[in-house]
Ligand binder design. Structure first.
Ligand SMILES: *[C@@H]1O[C@H](CO)[C@@H](O)[C@H](O)[C@H]1NC(C)=O
Ligand SMILES: *[C@@H]1O[C@H](CO)[C@@H](O)[C@H](O)[C@H]1NC(C)=O
Ligand SMILES: *[C@@H]1O[C@H](CO)[C@@H](O)[C@H](O)[C@H]1NC(C)=O
Ligand SMILES: *[C@@H]1O[C@H](CO)[C@@H](O)[C@H](O)[C@H]1NC(C)=O
Length: 180
């Protein structure tokens, strides 16, 4: 059962990183920035990359969260959308409708590509945000998304006015050690 094994590994890693985050918050340190799995395109083909948002975290002076870590997610536009996707749903092959944040709050999404063996497992929760930028203008075939577990997936889609500042860390999805 390679799928179950992969999922179990993912969940165990997520549990381990939660412990790390709790430890970090008690010592009042925070990561330099957020790393985001990004669906972008090169040469008319969708690819996965791991991007480090730039600028990274700074210390907030906002009332209510003063002294905590704050990071800008860029300028947004249009209407935000909430989606409820049932378990075991196959989204098929598609392009991003527009440049957008796709924030998975629950469930598990599996993203694969027509022209690459790279894939991404996105587990809903604190590491559930990805950038989907492979619109039909830049990618002929887009990507595939399936929701292979029984759990339903809650998603927020937030259209972007412009692509957030970033550094490309590497091709392929971000790994466990690069996430919160
Ligand atoms: C945003 O939502 C409003 C209210 O439903 C709608 O009238 C408008 O057309 C939507 N805008 C876009 C660009 O979809
Ligand atoms: C990309 O994938 C499609 C669908 O599998 C295939 O038809 C096409 O030849 C591939 N393109 C390249 C450049 O490999
Ligand atoms: C991308 O591929 C599509 C389908 O083959 C083609 O119509 C389009 O012109 C290509 N776009 C670019 C920028 O090469
Ligand atoms: C994101 O990547 C940068 C550069 O590799 C690293 O310093 C940072 O700790 C990472 N962020 C998280 C939340 O792991």
């Amino acid at each position: 059962m390679p799928l179950l094994h992969t999922l179990l590994t993912t969940f165990l890693a997520a549990a381990a990183s939660t412990t790390t985050a709790l430890a970090a918050s008690t010592t009042n340190t925070f990561p330099s920035t957020l790393n985001i799995t990004t669906l972008t395109a090169h040469n008319n083909q969708s690819v996965l990359e791991c991007w480090a948002l730039d600028p990274g975290y700074s210390t907030s002076a906002q009332a209510g969260v003063s002294g905590t870590a704050m990071l800008n997610l860029g300028s947004v536009t249009n209407n935000a959308t909430n989606l409820l996707i049932p378990g075991e749903y196959d989204g098929g092959r598609h392009n991003a409708p527009t440049n957008q944040w796709v924030i998975f709050l629950s469930g598990v999404a599996h993203i694969t590509l027509p022209n690459s063996t790279d894939d991404a497992w996105i587990v809903g929760g604190k590491n559930g945000a990805i950038l989907a930028l492979d619109t039909a203008e830049v990618s002929a075939l887009g990507h595939y998304t399936t929701y292979p577990t029984e759990e339903s997936t809650v998603v927020l889609e937030i259209a972007l006015k412009e692509i957030p500042g970033h550094r490309v860390l590497h091709s392929g999805a971000c790994g466990e050690g690069e996430l919160l």
